[in-house]
Design a protein around this ligand. Structure first.
Ligand code: NAP
Length: 477
């Protein structure tokens, strides 16, 4: 399948380097081919977005919403086909991939619904005959940079609010997942998006930096690793450009002595191993009350050992490969280092058959939090456990991280659950469910090194994709 860049309403091959995207379960198999955008094409994409901006901002919100709804219908209609492409391109299982495509349609519809909701505020004035209005305006041209692990949902949760609120877009997807980016852009253009409103440019760091640096880009929304995110924040700071970054995680699940251990073990495994652990909200640290630690770890290790790992397109497969050989090497060397530092592997010692970038679901009993594993995001199907003497120590251990994206706590005690709400420094907290998972109508994002700027999703999205103007509306004299 050949994919194309979208610049000013035209599908173009690209003047940059050629690329081929391969199936991580069968690395010899090419899923998509294309060419990166050149520097001149990034210029043209920004120029197209700038010239389309006034017209799109002036288009009634309901007309913009109608395009999002039509695109959602197209995405839904193709969910099975595009889900299979997503599984081949990124490596998550087919059911997860189809659900992700449907999730993107749902997000497009949610943001279309914004046209029917209040879009500003009105205040009284102490001056006779005057009211004070707070109106929302688009920020202009939004530069969007997205990661590999959710090839259609994360782009949708940036593109839908950006367009819905009247911005135009220059978007660089991850070079590891160009096909689903192409599909989403196709759905939006087929749905009637005017030329230049959405521009898709393929490329790696160079193209990402060119978007961030470009004076014609008014604001940047980035999702990806903390290292790249911090560089984007620093650059936007120098340029005085609004920026939103959603970054890495090292998410803890706490299992307390009163928890339903069967349920907790199942949820910990879902959090750690679904999507091959390649979720920013995946469970990678496990903190277990000492009294139940042996039993809980045995259940988690047993479930991990029984997980069916294989080609994500095959039915019955519960976990696919990592996205690339580099990801596989990073995870295997992170696990080896943890073992060198004293971690005991409880599951994941046998390699997975197959030529793809597979690693086994791995459970580590850690010697403590001094190991590098505790602090470094591996972004793979690995969970490392420590024991805690009680609630306060468990919360303290969970907070001992530079990251603060999500956490989970398993307990039957409402008082303890409320203590966790108060005590945990995270942007998302699950009580009695796995650390991953998010609904599109509520805010999503992290604190500490996991997030910067306004949150994404739900109504929170408008904090980034609009700015307010306060209007003192006096009566004519
Ligand atoms: P990544 O390596 O940071 O890449 C993210 C995006 O940034 C890609 O499109 C990448 O391009 C681009 N990029 C790389 N260097 C750049 C630069 N110097 N300037 C501008 N753009 C640049 O992240 P990833 O490996 O794709 O995704 C995994 C990471 O994302 C994990 O850390 C995960 O926790 C995080 N994540 C966070 C969230 C969240 O909401 N908090 C959600 C999902 C993922 P290329 O890759 O094409 O070179």
């Amino acid at each position: 399948m050949d994919v194309l860049n979208l610049i000013g309403g035209r599908w173009v091959e690209g003047e940059g380097e050629e690329f081929a995207d391969t199936n991580p379960a069968r690395p010899g198999e090419v899923v998509a081919r294309g060419r990166f955008a050149s520097a001149a094409e990034v210029e043209r994409a920004v120029a197209a977005a700038r010239s389309a901006a006034p017209g799109w901002a002036a288009t009634p919100h309901h007309a913009r919403a109608a395009v999002l709804v039509a695109a959602a219908d197209l995405v839904d209609a193709s969910a099975d086909e595009w889900g299979a492409e997503l599984a081949r391109e990124e490596g998550k299982t087919l059911p997860e991939a189809v659900a992700e495509v449907r999730g993107a349609a749902r997000i497009l519809r949610y943001h279309a619904g914004e046209a029917d909701r209040e879009s500003g505020e009105i205040f009284a004035s102490p001056r006779p005959g005057e009211n004070v209005l707070v109106v929302r305006k688009p920020v202009g041209v939004a530069g969007l940079i997205t990661p590999f692990n959710f090839p259609i949902v994360i782009p949708a949760w940036k593109i839908a609010p950006a367009l819905g609120y009247g911005n135009t877009v220059v978007w660089k997807p991850s070079s590891l997942v160009p096909l689903l980016a192409y599909r989403l852009a196709q759905a939006l253009t087929s749905a009637g998006l005017p030329d230049g409103v959405l521009n898709l440019v393929y490329g790696e760091a160079e193209v990402g930096s060119a978007i961030v640096d470009h004076p014609g880009v008014d604001a940047v929304s980035f999702t990806g690793s903390t290292a790249v995110g911090r560089a984007v924040i620093a650059r936007c700071g120098e340029l005085g450009k609004p920026v939103q970054t959603e970054m890495g995680g090292k998410n803890a699940s706490i299992v307390l002595a009163d928890a339903d251990l069967e349920h907790a073990a199942e949820q910990v495994c879902l959090g750690a191993f679904r999507s091959t652990g390649q979720k920013c909200t995946a469970t990678s640290r496990l903190i277990v009350a000492s009294q139940v630690a042996d039993e809980l770890l045995e259940r988690v290790a047993d479930r991990a050992a029984r997980l069916v790992v294989g080609d994500p397109l095959e039915s019955g497969v519960e976990m696919g490969p990592l996205v690339s050989s580099a990801a596989r090497d990073r995870v295997t060397s992170g696990v080896a280092q943890a073992v060198e530092e004293g971690a005991k592997p409880l599951a994941g010692t046998s390699p997975v058959d197959g030529q793809g970038w597979f690693v086994p679901p791995t459970v580590l009993d850690l010697p403590g939090i001094g190991v590098d594993y505790w602090h470094t995001e591996l972004f793979g199907p690995v969970v490392g456990a420590v024991r805690a003497s009680g609630v306060e120590e468990a919360l303290e251990l969970a907070n001992l991280s530079d990251h603060g994206l999500s956490a989970a706590i398993f307990t039957r005690d409402l008082g303890v659950a409320l203590r966790a709400v108060e005590g945990l420094d995270v942007g998302v907290l699950h009580i009695n469910s796995e650390s991953a998972g998010t609904f599109p109508y509520v805010p999503f994002g992290g604190v500490k090194q996991s997030g910067f700027g306004p949150k994404e999703q739900g109504r929170a999205a408008r904090e980034f994709f609009t700015h307010t103007m306060t209007v003192y509306l006096g009566a004519p004299a």
